[in-house]
Design a protein around this ligand. Structure first.
Ligand SMILES: [Ca+2]
Ligand SMILES: [Ca+2]
Length: 253
């Protein structure tokens, strides 16, 4: 009998371990839909940009010519949320597919992760660009920097032909831009920027996802598998990646 009790105790301990593992919280949004979580704001200049959920992906869907550029050119949709209350050091990441409707990324388009200070018209755009490369472009008011000025980017051979993992790490006033092609790969750094960091202070900026296009573009879509930050309180998910918190429960909080 004591032996059986011991076995029962061991089974209970093992089950407790499983339960603990299953309830481990990651702070992420797996984009299961069907609605946006409460912590997101969909910013759609011109009120003409669309979004949808498809098979666990969040889709941004825009007409041609939805450019966001220097102050005064403001057409691209952003999905935005707040940085963590203590933003001294944190990271955000996503997996983006910029080639939904053709074999390569559409011309004249840029998509990925964004840091955005609307008041001072400053942003950092990080992601696949124009079927050319994965790059950082940024702006402060009328001071725009292309890749040859930010000097941060990578050029995969053959253009943008598959989905890409993106990450931005903020450490003090520095932003580091990282990427990889597969979930199991190690993150690779494309560089560190120290110019835009001072533009991002608690209360004056948001973070999230973007999709823009410009002259010569066609209607463009981009899909995001998830948005994740270890430091930001988002949705609790189980190890299978499904949202453990019901959307109805979230909405009633
Ligand atoms: Ca997903
Ligand atoms: Ca728009």
């Amino acid at each position: 009998m004591p032996r059986q009790l011991l076995r029962l105790a061991l089974v209970c301990a093992a089950l407790a371990g499983v339960v603990t593992a299953a309830s481990a919280v990651q702070y992420t949004d797996p984009f299961d839909g069907p609605d946006l979580a409460d912590f997101w704001t969909f910013r759609t200049p011109g009120d003409n940009d669309r979004h949808a959920f498809e098979d666990g992906w969040f889709i941004l869907d825009i007409d041609a010519g939805q450019d966001t550029y220097k102050r005064g050119v403001d057409g691209a949709p952003f999905l935005l949320t707040d940085p963590p209350a203590d933003d001294a050091a944190f990271s955000i990441e996503t997996r983006v597919n910029a080639i939904l409707d053709q074999a390569v990324q559409p011309v004249a388009s840029h998509t990925g992760l964004v840091f955005f200070n609307e008041t001072d018209w400053s942003y950092s755009f990080w992601g696949p660009y124009n079927n050319v490369d994965i790059r950082l472009e940024d702006v402060i008011e009328q001071d725009y920097r292309w890749r040859d000025q930010t000097l941060i980017g990578v050029t995969p051979g053959g253009g943008i032909t598959e989905d890409i993992y993106l990450k931005i790490e903020k450490n003090g006033d520095e932003l580091e831009f990282l990427w990889k092609l597969a979930e199991g790969d190690n993150w690779e750094s494309a560089g560190v920027d120290a110019k835009l960091g001072p533009q991002y202070r608690i209360g004056n900026y948001k973070i999230g996802l973007f999709l823009k296009n410009w002259g010569g573009s066609i209607p463009t879509r981009a899909a995001f598998d998830y948005f994740h930050s270890p430091e930001i309180v988002g949705l609790s998910v189980d190890p299978n990646g499904k949202a453990a918190t019901q959307w109805g429960a979230l909405k009633s909080r």
